[in-house]
Design a protein around this ligand. Structure first.
Ligand SMILES: [Zn+2]
Length: 168
């Protein structure tokens, strides 16, 4: 194992270790496994290179789990279900630019309020369509998805009605 010089005590005693790291959130805590640089002499801990983004991602995932939030993959699936773009979601949610992009990339967890709203949009395509139009989002692909959902729902309703009438 190659040792590196410590930034704190200058000993050539720093190597990569996998260690538990406790993430705390509103009275709860969750332990993640961190890949990080540790000095065997003074115990100084640092993160470098890919360890930094791995740590950020693991912390964000732990917060999502403790807060009961949708995962980054679920956010992606909801957006793609309606064929909306990341910028569309930012416009619908009235967030700053790149906010949804960061949520979907996983390193930044969405707020609980945003999470509840996103779940409502996922459950109800009619609400999602209204919110898209209200936000001034022009997206023909998403509009086509919503129009198809409406056509399918009408067909299903007509079929139910036909079956009911056939029984008379
Ligand atoms: Zn040291």
């Amino acid at each position: 194992m190659t040792m590196e010089a410590c930034q704190a005590c200058e000993a050539i005693a720093v190597s990569e270790r996998v260690e538990p790291c406790v993430v705390e959130r509103s009275g709860k805590s969750l332990t993640i496994q961190d890949r990080r640089m540790v000095c065997a002499e003074c115990g100084n801990v640092s993160y470098q290179g890919s360890q930094i983004s791995e740590h950020e991602l693991a912390v964000a995932n732990a917060i999502r789990e403790m807060d009961g939030l949708l995962s980054a993959a679920e956010l992606n699936a909801i957006r793609l279900k309606y064929r909306l773009r990341q910028a569309d979601m930012e416009q619908i949610l009235s967030t700053g630019p790149k906010t949804w992009t960061r949520w979907e990339r996983g390193k930044v967890p969405q707020s609980k309020v945003a999470d509840r709203y996103i779940r409502a949009l996922a459950r109800d395509p009619y609400l999602a369509r209204r919110e898209m139009l209200a936000a001034g989002v022009a997206n023909p692909e998403a509009e086509a998805v919503f129009a198809q959902i409406e056509i399918d729902d009408r067909r299903r309703a007509h079929a139910v009605m036909r079956d009911a009438l056939a029984g008379c």
